[in-house]
Ligand binder design. Structure first.
Ligand SMILES: [Ca+2]
Ligand SMILES: [Ca+2]
Length: 145
């Protein structure tokens, strides 16, 4: 018991050490097909993020589309509480003449989060047409060329 308290004591002093001991690794996999009308969009970023309330959000992994517009992303994140994964698609569909990219965010439901480093389920976004899906950031210009 004494050892336990000593451990907690030092853990608290070191700060992150105790936090890392208590946090749990969770994983997520997402797949889907992304098009801009009938075309596979070029110049597109497909990113899986974990949203954090107190820290900057964490990029879990970034991927690309294959020649059919298909993607598959998987990765893990370690956190105390349930992670908050979202898919961010940064693109210019319907906006080619403008310098700024647009961002579409798709929230991943909690039931698709797996315990441990390897996801046991995959969230399927289905077919996404970037031209008709609502964009959460249309007036911002974080991703100019
Ligand atoms: Ca995080
Ligand atoms: Ca989080």
């Amino acid at each position: 018991m004494l050892r336990f308290f000593i451990f907690i004591f030092f853990g608290t002093i070191v700060g992150l050490t105790s936090a890392e001991m208590l946090a749990k690794t969770q994983s997520i996999a997402v797949k889907g097909i992304i098009k801009c009308d009938e075309e596979v969009p070029k110049n597109v970023k497909i990113q899986l993020w974990d949203v954090d309330r107190t820290d900057p959000d964490d990029l879990i992994i970034e991927g690309t589309l294959d020649e059919n517009g298909e993607f598959f992303l998987e990765g893990s994140e370690t956190e105390f509480t349930t992670i908050d994964p979202e898919l961010r698609i940064i693109h210019k569909c319907g906006n080619d003449a403008v310098e700024c990219f647009r961002q579409t965010i798709i929230d991943i439901p909690d039931e698709f989060i797996s315990d441990g480093e390897t996801p046991t389920k995959t969230y399927d976004t289905g077919n996404i047409n970037l031209r008709v899906i609502p964009n959460t950031e249309t007036s911002e210009c974080y991703w100019s060329n």
